[in-house]
Design a protein. Sequence first.
Length: 126
Amino acid sequence: MGLDHVRSEIERMRVQVGRQRREILQLQRAGIPTAAAELLVERMHAQIEESCTGWQELVMREQLKWYEDKADNSPWINALAELRQRATREGHCFQHVQAITVAIDQYAEKALGNRGYFLNRPYGVG
């Protein structure tokens, strides 16, 4: 199971718990006993907590990737790294530079799994 699958499953279960809680409130307002439904919501909440723990373990197991200029990267990745580095030195409008930097970081997060891919990697990594 990948990280994206676990994350989407957790989100789906949270939405479902929210719906169940709203339905329980409606039943309580109508004067209908809700003990069984509340027990079900508690079990679903425990399942969400268990999935969150599993997701955190998957995240910790997966090694983050960092940009290295000496590594064999694609020309696209090298161009993005160079653009991100040069953008702040060219004297352009701050908002435009921020927009470019954020777009590059969002691309890195989606494609490479680490939003800080182009930033300096921590000393303890690799």
